[in-house]
Structure formats: C-alpha cells, structure tokens
Ligand binder design. Sequence first.
Ligand code: OGA
Ligand code: NI
Length: 335
Amino acid sequence: MENLLSSASHETLPDSFVFPAEQRPPASSAAVELPVIDLSGPRDEVRRAVLEAGKELGFFQVVNHGVPEQAVRDMEACCEEFFRLPAEDKAAFYSEDTGKPNRLFTSTTYGTGGERYWRDCLRLACAFPVAADAKTNWPDKPDGLREATERFVAPTRALGMELLRLLCEGVGLPPDYFEGDLSAGDVVVNVNHYPPCPDPARTLGLPPHCDRNLITLLLQGSVAGLQVAYRGDWIRVQPLPGAFVVNFGHQLEIATNGLLKSVEHRAAANAAVARTSVATFIMPTDDCLVAPAAELLAGDLGGGARYRAVTFREFMRVYKTVGARRESVEKAFKI
Ligand code: OGA
Ligand code: NI
C-alpha cells in the first residue's frame, strides 16, 4: 500500500500533514508520570486512588492489573510486527470504508480542517462474549496476531469492567451500573502506528480529542508520544511499559453527570523511532440511551442533569460532524 505511512520513507513532511499552529502548541518541557495505581492493593485504597486520580487528571495508570504479562507482550509484539509486514501483505486489510469494524487505514482527517494525522491505524473489533469465529475477522498475518488479540481482549475488557465497578462504588452508583447496554457494544482495539516523522513539530499523530466511548485502556509502549491537557498546558506522559493508561470517554462523563470528565489528549509524532500504541475502547451499544444516572441527580448531590440524554448512535452522528475537540462536543450535549 503506497499510501500507508509505514510503507514509505519520508524525507520531508507533505503539506497535507501540517496542522495549524494553535492545534500544536508545544508540550511543557517536563515529562510527567501519571499517577500509578497498584490494583493488587486493598480495595478501599484502590477505590479512593482511582476516584481521586480520575477527578484530578482524568488520566491514570494501573499496574498489577490482572491482564497477564505474556498477553500484553504478545499483543504489543504482534502489532509492531504487523506494521513491519511488506506492503502487499497489509493491502488485503486496507479499507477507507468507515463502516467496516475491522480494517487498516491511514492519514485520516476526522474532526480536523483537512489536516491529516501522521498515523496508520489497524482497527480490530470484537463482540462480547467473543464468538468462536471472531478471529477470522482479523488479519491472518503475522502469525499469532489473531491468537494474541483473542487472548488480550478478554482480560483487558474485564479490567475495564473492574475499573468501572470501582468508579461506581466511588461515586455512589450500584457497582453493576455499567454492566448492561452501556458496555455491551463491540470492544474496539485501535492499534495506532506512528512512523518516524521528518518534521514532528508541525504535525500530530492524533489531534486533540476526547474519546467517544465509555472507558479507554491504552498500552502506550516504550516510546513517549501521549500528551494530556492539564490546566491550559499539554503534559508529556512518560511511558511505563506494561502499565495500562486509563482515561474516561464522553459516555462516562454523561452517565456520571460530569463527576468524571473526559479529558483532551493528543499524540505527538517523533523523528527518531516508530511508535505503536494499543488502545482498547469499551463502548455502549448503538441503541443504548446514555443519560446522567438518576442516582446522581437525587438529593443533596442535585443541581439537575447537566447533559441531555442521547443514544450512542446519535452521539456518534453528532460527534462526527462537530469534530473531536472537547469544546464542540460539550456545546452539543451540555444543558
Ligand atoms: C486514542 C489515543 C493515544 C496514543 O487512540 O484514542 O488517544 O498515545 N491514543 O496513541
Ligand atoms: Ni484517545
């Protein structure tokens, strides 16, 4: 595939990848380690830590998270290997049809003024519980990618559900509040691949955005690139290999009536080395009506609903037209 960024060498940055200066102010110089939460600790402490980090930064990392180390390593290795395959092996999976749940694509312009992301992306979707033939929807090369994905996605979803239970306990919702349609959509794994870039300061791997789903679990690998909005600045997140970076999507913000916020983030390109990250998204079903939880509107916590109820399908339709910036999504859904 000629047009895949990873299939060519790049001496100069094509103009189509140059973002307007206001979208790419440099990150603050210091790399910051996000709070690290050890999930093997006492449940009371873990619950408190998750809620605190979630409210303060909207981003945190978890270790001793229960996803087997081998499953994480195999997934990362197979994904990196996928992008090293010869172009003709990747071509079979390439598609520009955004309706296709499983596909390889590149250089998208979602939510931008036409500027292209410095990123190739392999999207793998999986209904839950995993069907016996789910694997056949995923690339058959490199060897082991299908099995690695299958072994990765189930425990990673389970981790996401456990974090949701902890958050429910923390904010005062029934622990199983997110068990039904709110989390029963496909689990989507986006394997983001950012090849070395000749002019990383003028482009972005992913522009500023909030995730549209319920909760995201990101393996950011060993190469830095993730940047998180914090008090008007962009902070560079220092990688902690083996840990999952956790953040909240718009649906969790709506469901908790804004108690837990979906925070803007972006991915920087870099000149030196390719970077591969694996983002797992837990989503509502398309027909699911997402609304602030009644439990959080009652009594002293009151003040009324701050978001209007919306089906996930309608949310996605609007999200695709207003763009990914937090401000525009808020304008569309906040009361
Ligand atoms: C994403 C995302 C960040 C990264 O896939 O939504 O924000 O570091 N990825 O790749
Ligand atoms: Ni994201």
